[in-house]
Ligand binder design. Structure first.
Ligand SMILES: *Cc1c(COP(=O)(O)O)cnc(C)c1O
Length: 436
């Protein structure tokens, strides 16, 4: 089923063929483990798992268990709850290692994404007079832009001087890896930090994290990644890639609920080094004597040493429920299906576009399989908002970005090949029959 770039494509753009692909899908029954929202009385075609993943059916039980244990044990729940709250975050070590390609002492679940980005910049953006610049992608997610802007200002620099945005070439939508690498090389005497997303939220471009990391290190800078749109979407090998740090949220591809707890990766060469500067809190303090409540912060020699507060158990219960679905499905199976489903999406979109006179839409996501994950961003040539409304009428939940982009992201655990075929069919009917 897996299609390779350059291989002859045997897909067919028919309902029967999509049903056939679903029948071969080893993860097909996982769809039933999620609540699929209804729209106009029927199951929606939910293509916004890149924005807020669907609720696993078992999440309510996991959260209710914690409420029950709170009712029954009160403060003693820290030790006697079915999943004791004191070490609650430790349940995430194993699944986060698989998600991130990390060693156990390199990951921790804590706080929320932008908070963690700031905490990590406290440790890994420590500008000097000579070396104070940040290199990032142009049009990074706004929260990341604000984080970088406020960090450079906090250190007394001017955004325009201190932040170098790598842009797409004239008339293009995504960024060439070689342009990123040459920007790093060109600024090798002044760059302190290279901070990119793993997958850009707007174009869906998957960046070459190992190459960017290598170039950053060669220039004497740290390399960090915001993996909000990469975690649970594409396979990651952060340890082997030598990435210095990364963080992600859990409510997008990881289905852990609105505002869910964030995850952090810190490479062992830093995470085990207790002299790395950081902002501290009691949950990052040496576990043996945390409750002696004495003066002097002794960080845990692992990513846990960056924790500030005790675990937000209710939202972590939802995270546990969601990660258990991934564990049951197998992370590799999830990534394999994501790729196959995405290949089918590209095929269907091409079929629709080629059958139309002129170009009704342009795909601004890079076509190469190594340069995207689940998401495809469509730039609608004419009157995109009208198409978007038409999609809604047909129970498609997609994402609209001004002025003319529709983002869709069929995901492995709950989307089907039939979802993809239906979407293509709706697009086709619209362009054949309407006058956009
Ligand atoms: C979704 C997203 C965020 C959101 O940040 P929160 O702190 O979770 O609200 C930040 N950065 C990127 C790149 C995102 O995609």
């Amino acid at each position: 089923m897996e299609q390779k770039v350059g291989m002859p494509i045997e897909f067919k753009n028919t309902l029967a063929y999509a049903q056939y692909l679903d029948s071969l899908d080893p993860l097909q029954e996982f769809r039933n483990q999620f609540y699929i929202p209804l729209m106009h009385g029927k199951e929606a075609i939910y293509f916004t798992g890149n924005s807020l993943g669907l609720q696993p059916r078992q999440t309510q039980d996991y959260v209710l268990n914690e409420l029950e244990d709170w009712a029954n044990f009160a403060v003693e729940g820290h030790f006697y709850a079915r999943n004791p709250w004191m070490p609650y975050h430790e349940m995430f070590t194993a699944p986060l290692c698989k998600l991130a390609g990390a060693l156990p002492h390199e990951v921790v679940a804590m706080n929320q994404l932008t908070v963690n980005l700031h905490l990590l910049m406290v440790s890994f953006y420590r500008p000097t007079k000579q070396r104070y610049k940040i290199i990032c992608e142009a049009k990074a997610f706004p929260s990341d832009q604000y984080a970088m802007e406020s960090q450079v200002k906090f250190h007394g620099y001017d955004y325009k001087d201190a932040v170098i945005e790598v842009t797409p070439r004239e008339g293009e939508q995504h960024i060439h890896t070689e342009d990123i690498l040459s920007a790093i090389e060109k600024n090798k005497s002044t760059v302190a930090l290279v901070l990119f997303s793993g997958v850009n939220y707007y174009t869906g471009q998957l960046f070459d994290m190992p190459a960017i990391t290598k170039a950053a290190h060669k220039a004497g800078a740290f390399a960090g990644f915001d993996l909000a749109h990469a975690a649970g979407n594409v396979p990651l090998q952060l340890h082997d890639w030598q990435v210095d740090f990364a963080c992600w949220c859990s409510y997008k591809y990881l289905n852990s609920g609105p505002g869910g707890v964030s995850g952090v990766f810190i490479h062992e060469r830093h995470s085990s080094d207790t002299s790395v500067p950081r902002f501290a809190g009691w949950w990052g303090h040496d576990k043996e004597n945390r409750f002696l409540m004495e003066q002097g912060f002794l960080p845990i020699p692992s990513a846990e040493g960056w924790q500030l507060s005790n675990a937000p158990v209710l939202s972590m219960a939802a995270h546990k429920a969601a990660l258990d679905v991934f564990e049951k499905a197998g992370w590799e199976n999830v990534f394999a299906k994501a790729k196959a489903l995405n290949n089918y999406l590209w095929f269907v979109l091409d079929e629709v576009n080629h059958s139309l006179p002129g170009e009704a839409f342009k795909i601004i996501t890079p076509r190469k399989e190594t340069e995207h994950g689940c998401q495809v961003s469509l730039l609608i040539t004419k009157n995109g908002k009208k198409l978007f409304d038409e999609l809604k009428k047909n129970s498609v939940i997609a994402d609209w970005r001004e002025p003319d982009v529709i983002r869709i992201a069929p995901v492995a655990l709950y989307n089907s090949y039939v979802d993809v075929w239906k979407f293509g069919n709706i697009l086709n009917n619209y362009f054949q029959n309407e006058n956009p």
